[in-house]
Design a protein around this ligand. Structure first.
Ligand SMILES: C/C(=C\COP(=O)(O)OP(=O)(O)O)CCC[C@H](C)CCC[C@H](C)CCCC(C)C
Ligand SMILES: O=C(O)C1=CC(=O)c2ccccc2C1=O
Length: 302
């Protein structure tokens, strides 16, 4: 191997370890939640929005860095080249960087609570962090029992949306709750898809992810239903007048949903080919969230 090839491979490995595209899962609840708040109240506090955004990214960095730390203790990541612990060989460094990210993220959220003189937002985010911990940390490790997708739904759906909406308005909203269901499902879908290429390693260490439990064929058959639910729920909420008609813009993300179902459906039994299927799921989450939020913004702007 030439020095350039080594450099390129190492860059790719760091990119896969830090996973920049994945951070859209922290951004979307804040974007859509704030868009719902703007559509309903015409209020938008940019400084709260950006403080929340940066804090959420830092909290997700904690979740991901500590995931590599905890997985290094169970053997889940023995074959994972892009684990930060495997790459640096320094578990305690990654552990302390993750804790630093958590502390900085929570500090940011605390400044929002202090400005509002109200502990609701920090309370909700602490609940999200608790969910993040029981997902992967000892003695719980609920992801090993196949409960990750449900936890993920609540953290990135109802809880993150309630915190975002409350940070902008100091109130609650049924529309925000409905939007959180759509975004929560899209987020859990990413986690579900990320289990296809790990199915053998997961089964070997007794990690009962939904794909291990159901098998890759039945899991792939479920995908069109999960993707379809994003569009069916949005249409239902528009018919019930919970969502404005502009939110039907979400249908523009349908080709990405189709690409995801086709890609996994045709090679569900070849896990080595599915390493990047989570990126298509991230793409679907990104476009569906962006368009849904835009739909809410347009009701005020047009
Ligand atoms: C770390 C997560 C998935 C990776 O899991 P896995 O071990 O299967 O994958 P690897 O192969 O990469 O090892 C995501 C877990 C999500 C968790 C259920 C909920 C996290 C909540 C966040 C802390 C909340 C951030 C919300 C924000 C909007 C404030
Ligand atoms: O590494 C991963 O596979 C994931 C990381 C992550 O932060 C996340 C967040 C929300 C849903 C899924 C995922 C992942 O799959």
């Amino acid at each position: 191997m030439t020095t350039r090839t080594i450099e390129r491979t190492s860059k790719k490995l760091w990119f896969a370890a830090i996973k920049p595209p994945m951070y859209s899962v922290a951004i979307m609840p804040i974007w859509v939640g704030s868009a719902v708040a703007f559509a309903e109240t015409h209020q938008f506090n940019a400084s709260i929005f950006f403080t929340f955004l940066i804090s959420a990214i830092l909290i997700l960095a904690w979740e991901n860095f500590s995931n590599d730390v905890f997985d290094s203790e169970t053997g889940a990541d023995v074959n994972k080249k892009n684990s930060l612990v495997n790459m640096t060989g320094n578990k305690s460094l990654i552990f302390w960087i993750s804790n630093l990210c958590l502390a900085a993220g929570l500090l940011g959220i605390s400044t929002i609570a202090a400005r509002q003189q109200d502990f609701t937002v920090i309370g909700l985010i602490l609940l999200c962090c608790g969910i993040g911990y029981i997902y992967q940390g000892p003695p719980f490790r609920l992801s090993y029992k196949g409960l990750g997708e449900i936890l993920c739904f609540f953290a990135f759906g109802p809880l993150a949306f309630a915190a975002t909406y409350y940070s902008q308005t100091k109130a609650w909203s049924n529309t925000s709750l409905a939007a959180s269901i759509v975004v929560g499902i899209a987020t859990s879908l990413i986690l579900f898809c990320s289990h296809f290429n790990q199915v053998k390693d997961d089964a070997a260490i007794g990690k009962r992810s939904p794909v291990v439990r159901l098998g890759t064929k039945r899991s792939a058959q479920l995908l069109p239903w999960i993707c379809g639910s994003l569009y069916a729920l949005t249409t239902l909420f528009v018919i019930l007048k919970v969502f404005p008609v502009w939110t039907l813009l979400i249908f523009l993300s349908l080709p990405v949903a189709r690409k995801l179902c086709k890609f996994i459906g045709s090679q569900h039994d070849q896990p080595q080919k599915l390493t990047f299927c989570r990126l298509i799921a991230v793409e679907l989450h990104f476009w569906s969230g962006l368009l849904l939020g835009l739909g809410f913004m347009l009701t005020q702007l047009v």
